[in-house]
Write a protein that binds this ligand. Structure first.
Ligand SMILES: NC(=O)c1ccc[n+]([C@@H]2O[C@H](COP(=O)([O-])OP(=O)(O)OC[C@H]3O[C@@H](n4cnc5c(N)ncnc54)[C@H](OP(=O)(O)O)[C@@H]3O)[C@@H](O)[C@H]2O)c1
Length: 255
């Protein structure tokens, strides 16, 4: 295998949550371009179908299956349908996340807490457990959790979101430690500010963006492609010695 071939995902089945847009869509696109059979998933089937049609125009095939990762039954069905259609999952990307509340930590409602934890932390754990038997059988698999720089260095007003992302980093390390000897790798990506709908409130406010960029040594916001390339590395054999890694892509924000 040449070095470049080690980035190929030919013959692999990948499941990417939260992939109708933003970072997840870019990861699905680069995985499909690298040869994987990719299931794209989010809550809205029509948006998934539209994205699949756009990718088809570029010659890329992806398989849309709707699921709300905050619902354990949806997760079960998502994995069952993926396995039935394409075979066992080789690569799981836990990318879907929720942040329903921005404000003082002490005002976080029980409802917001439950939603953040179920979507950002419990769903990645549930989905990992659902794909694990297939990975153990093959003695091979790559789990990539999408956390955030907020999980390393929390900002004000993103309180429980940051807590969920810190816990996701810890969960990734536990997965990596317990499953490494069985051939299953787990790594976590911590993006900085990336231009997507999720972060629009931050980057569409010019004074706020200028102020935030003072803390980013590269002085700019990131793109979804700048996360997708890292995800491809972690999904592929190119990263075969990486497990339990915490990979920032943040323009230097966490230095
Ligand atoms: N953008 C940033 O600056 C930034 C920075 C650090 C970390 N991140 C992390 O990067 C990941 C992706 O964020 P993004 O910026 O790409 O967001 P985005 O553009 O808003 O996309 C989010 C995706 O997740 C889906 N989704 C949301 N809730 C879901 C649920 N309960 N079940 C299933 N799918 C769900 C959305 O589709 P539907 O709404 O149709 O379900 C959409 O496909 C998240 O984990 C986020 O925490 C982002």
């Amino acid at each position: 295998m040449t070095y470049l071939q080690s980035f190929s995902l030919e013959g692999k089945v990948a499941l990417v949550t939260g992939s109708s847009k933003g970072i997840g869509a870019a990861i699905a696109q680069i995985f499909a371009a690298a040869g994987a059979k990719v299931v794209i998933s989010s809550r809205k089937q029509d948006q998934l179908d539209a994205l699949a049609a756009t990718f088809a125009e570029e010659g890329l095939t992806v398989y849309p299956i709707a699921a709300n990762v905050g619902n354990p039954e949806d997760n079960q069905q998502l994995v069952e349908k993926t396995v039935a259609q394409l075979g066992p999952v080789d690569i799981l990307v836990n990318n879907a996340a929720s942040n329903p509340y921005f404000g003082p930590l002490e005002n976080t409602s029980d409802g917001a807490y439950e939603k953040i934890m179920s979507v950002n932390l419990k769903a990645p754990f549930d989905l990992a457990k659902l794909v694990l038997p297939g990975m153990l059988e093959k003695k091979s698999g790559s789990i990539i959790n999408i956390s955030s720089v907020e999980g390393i260095s929390p900002d004000s007003f993103l309180g429980m979101y940051g807590v969920s992302k810190a816990a996701l980093i810890a969960l990734t390390k536990s997965m990596a430690r317990e499953w490494a000897s069985k051939g299953v790798r787990a790594n976590v990506i911590c993006p900085g500010l990336i231009k997507t709908k999720f972060s629009q409130a931050l980057w569409s406010n010019d004074p706020l963006l200028t102020q935030m960029m003072h803390h980013v040594p590269m002085g700019r916001i990131g793109t979804v492609e700048e996360i997708a390339g890292l995800a491809l590395f972690l999904a592929s054999e190119a990263s075969s010695y990486c497990t339990g890694g915490v990979f920032t892509a943040d323009g230097g924000y966490t230095i």
